[in-house]
Write a protein that binds this ligand. Structure first.
Ligand code: DX5
Ligand code: ZN
Length: 220
């Protein structure tokens, strides 16, 4: 599938309602919600108080990306706050299973994420235990960073493993996504692309969302 999940981290928070309404009217399938705790990543974004207006106004699933230590302490609250899926980092936990079970017990979809310096092989034991894996194509912490091209090979590697196992697990890619790399990522096997700055800094964000899905691979 070819889904776009715009990250509201790059929206103007003084006009969050307008940003959500734009996303409601756009061709985006999901809304990506980046939660940072200032410990797991060197940045603090927002938490539960922002989930409330998001949940109230958004007519699309909230794809929550937790960049926090000890996610097990908070996943249930994010589920209760209206998350459609809750993802956390494999490198933030010793064993992801108890946290995954807590999310699943709430009836919410699970996602497991790795930063670019974590070997994708580490996701293999969990491919049949999560709804989605998320490959970071920048180091988690900030919007507006440059896409790391090696991500494409990681997408191919994980896609092949998912195919071999005949699993329905989705692949999401997060960071530096733009109209140049989006067609390559979809071709490599990504199902969902997160896009923050490319959408919100575009003169026409709705048009950019459409372009991220429809731009063909450049012919060389
Ligand atoms: C990075 C976040 C990303 C980020 C994406 O820590 O997880 O979701 O907001 O923003 P862009 O598309 O600007 O890289
Ligand atoms: Zn994210």
């Amino acid at each position: 599938m070819k889904y776009i999940s715009p990250s509201i981290l790059s929206a103007d928070f003084a006009r969050l309602g307008e940003a959500i309404e734009m996303l409601n009217q756009s061709e985006a399938e999901w809304i990506h919600v980046d939660v940072m705790d200032g410990v797991f990543v060197p940045n603090i974004s927002f938490g539960f108080p922002v989930m409330e207006p998001l949940k109230r106004l958004a007519r699309k699933p909230l794809d929550v990306h937790l960049m926090i230590t000890e996610p097990i302490r908070y996943v249930e609250r994010f589920c209760d706050a209206g998350a459609w899926s809750v993802g956390f980092h494999l490198e933030a936990v010793d064993d992801p299973m108890p946290t995954l079970e807590k999310i699943r017990a709430k009836g919410v979809r699970t996602a497991l994420t790795i930063n670019p310096d974590i070997a994708p092989e580490r996701l293999l034991p969990y491919l049949d235990k999560v709804d989605m894996v998320m490959l970071m194509s920048v180091f988690a912490g900030f919007g507006g960073q440059k896409f790391i091209p090696e991500t494409l090979d990681k997408v191919r590697f994980i896609k092949q493993a998912i195919r071999e196992r005949e699993l329905p697990t989705l692949i999401e890619v997060d960071g530096g996504v733009n109209t140049e790399n989006a067609p390559l990522l979809f071709e490599a096997g990504a199902d969902v692309l997160v896009a923050g700055s490319s959408v919100f800094r575009a003169p026409d964000p709705m048009e950019m969302i459409k372009k991220l899905k429809t731009t063909p691979i450049p012919s060389v």
